[in-house]
Every structure is written in C-alpha cells, then in structure tokens.
Design a protein around this ligand. Structure first.
Ligand code: FE2
Length: 319
C-alpha cells in the first residue's frame, strides 16, 4: 500500500512539475502532441491504479478506498488543469507573436524617423547653398548604385547610405562668404572650404549614432581623400582610406561634374565652365584619375555601368 501511495504521489509530483514548466517557460521545446501524450499516459496510469485499488477481489484491496477516490478526483482536477494550462500556453504564444510584430513595427518606425531626421539635416546644407541643392541625395543614389554593383550586402548599403547622406554636413561650418562665393576660390578660401570634411567628422562624432553606423563619421569625412595621399583632411593613402569613402569620392565628383556649380570646373589641366558637364566627359575625368585619386575598381564599375548612371542623371536633372 505504501508503495502504491508513493507511486501515486510521484506521478502527482511529476505531473505538477510538467505543468510548472509549461507555465514558466515562454518557449516549449516539447511538441504539443507529445505533451498531450504524456498527460494522457499519467492520467491513464493513475486511473488504472485507482481502479485496481477499488476492486475488492484484488488481494491488494485497500480498505481506505475513500482515500483512493479522492486521489481519483485529484487526477481529474489535474486533467482539467492541464487543459487550462494548454489554453494559457496558447494565449502566451499568441501574445509573444503579437509582441514580436509590435517590436518589429517599432524598430521600423524608429528607423524611418532616424532616416527622416538625417535627410532633414542634409536639407539644411541645401538651404545654405541652394545651387548645390540635392547634391547629397544624388551622391547617395549614385553611391548606393555603385555599392550594389560592387556586391555590398544590404547592411553595408545601409551604412553607405548614411555616410553618403551626411558626407557634406560639415558645410554648415563653412562661412557663407566662402561657401556661396561666385567664381574661383583664392588659396586661402580653398583651405577654408576644404575644412568642411573635418567639420563633417566633428559634427557626426558628436551624434549618438546606432552601433551599426559607428564608422559613418570617418567614412563621411574621408570623401575627399585621394589614393596617392594628396587629399584631405587627413592625407590618407591607399588602403588607409575607408572603402566606402572611395565609393563616395566617385559619386561625389561624378555629381559635382555633371551638375551646375557657382565655380568653374577644373579637369587638372584647364578650367572649364560652370555648367553641367556631359556624362561621357565626367567619366573620362574619373578614368584619367583612377589609381591616383580614385579606386580603379570603383571607376571601372562606373564606366561599365555608364548607361545606368546616365539614366539616374536623367531622372535627377530632367523634369
Ligand atoms: Fe565635400
């Protein structure tokens, strides 16, 4: 009799433990089917034992059958509890799913809010220097196109997007008299203008950027560095220039050459007009300066995809 009681109590505790794990774990590693199977087995075993205990022809008949009946009731109650806990688990799963959807929407919303904030920042540069309005947006589109062709992952393209959108944010730090000057800069004015990329670094470094964008300040600030080390602000050379900055450099110069400017363009030998340059001419300048200023792989990709760049240009400049 003691051993049967012991067995019943063990089954009872096992069962309670099972329910405990059901209620305390958000994720069940046991399939729903196997849970039901286990529950049925426990109850069937318990009921079988109780039936035998109530059989007076059984030599192990227990005169305290009232006690056994109460065990039976307990197991029935347990069975109902199991069903109840299954319902709770189902509700918990549904709640988890809806929370996951809510979290996803929240992250999406925060991402969109952040991007709109960054784009609004670029608009402040446009407002300060209207003739170059849209430059950051166009550089972003050209850079993303080239980055995609060069095989960058979606995450890296996202990083490149913010580096491109913000590359000229430092122009905020350049005095209007220099930034909006009509005509060529003096040497002193050129130096002041060149400080805009160091300003970009200073402004972006002060922002609390998401971890994924932690290298954006340097990437954005290095868009005027040249492979041969004659660029600015840090005079970096070759591989010391971040790869994304090299993509920005191509997008940046391509847009500057193919857009109207308030200073004459210069191809290294002669000064040309302020008007937008034909795409073929701009690409030939990039081609000439690859290996000294620009990364050859990126320029070669731009040359290979000249038709697509021309389509982008049409979209941006023709209404
Ligand atoms: Fe710039």
């Amino acid at each position: 009799m003691i051993s049967i009681r012991f067995l019943l109590l063990k089954l009872l505790f096992d069962h309670l433990n099972l329910n405990h794990s059901l209620l305390t774990h958000k994720r069940i590693h046991m399939s729903e089917h196997s849970i039901f199977e286990t529950e049925d087995k426990i109850v069937t075993n318990a009921e079988g034992i109780l039936e035998r205990e109530n059989d007076s022809t059984n030599p192990l008949f227990d005169p305290f059958s009232g006690l056994l009946k109460s065990y039976k009731k307990i197991f029935r109650q347990l069975k109902r509890l199991i069903k109840l806990s299954d319902k709770q688990q189902l509700k918990l799963n549904q709640l988890n799913e809806s929370l996951e959807v809510e979290n996803y929407e929240l992250v999406l919303e925060l991402g969109q809010a952040f991007e709109s904030f960054v784009r609004a920042l670029t608009t402040t540069v446009d407002a300060k220097h209207p003739i170059t309005a849209g430059h950051s947006h166009r550089v972003t589109e050209y850079s993303l196109f080239l980055g995609k062709q060069l095989g960058l992952s979606d995450n890296n393209l996202e990083v490149l997007k913010y580096a491109a959108l913000l590359h000229d944010i430092g122009k905020i730090g350049v005095p209007d008299a220099v930034l909006t000057k009509k005509g060529r800069f003096t040497d002193e004015e050129r130096l002041i203008m060149n400080e805009h990329s160091a300003w970009t670094y200073k402004i972006l470094s002060a922002m609390r950027l998401p971890n994924m964008l932690k290298n954006v300040p340097k990437m954005a600030a290095c868009h005027h560095e040249k492979l041969n080390g004659t660029g600015y602000p840090y005079r970096l050379r070759g591989n010391r220039i971040p790869k994304f900055s090299k993509i920005l450099a191509v997008g940046d110069v391509f847009d500057a050459l193919t857009s109207l400017r308030d200073y004459p363009k210069y191809d290294g030998k002669q000064t040309m007009g302020m008007e937008a340059m034909p795409i073929e001419k701009a690409l030939s300048i990039l081609d000439k300066d690859k290996g000294t200023h620009f990364d050859p792989d990126i320029v070669n990709m731009a040359l290979k995809k000249a038709d697509s760049l021309a389509e982008y240009w049409q979209k941006f400049h023709k209404r």
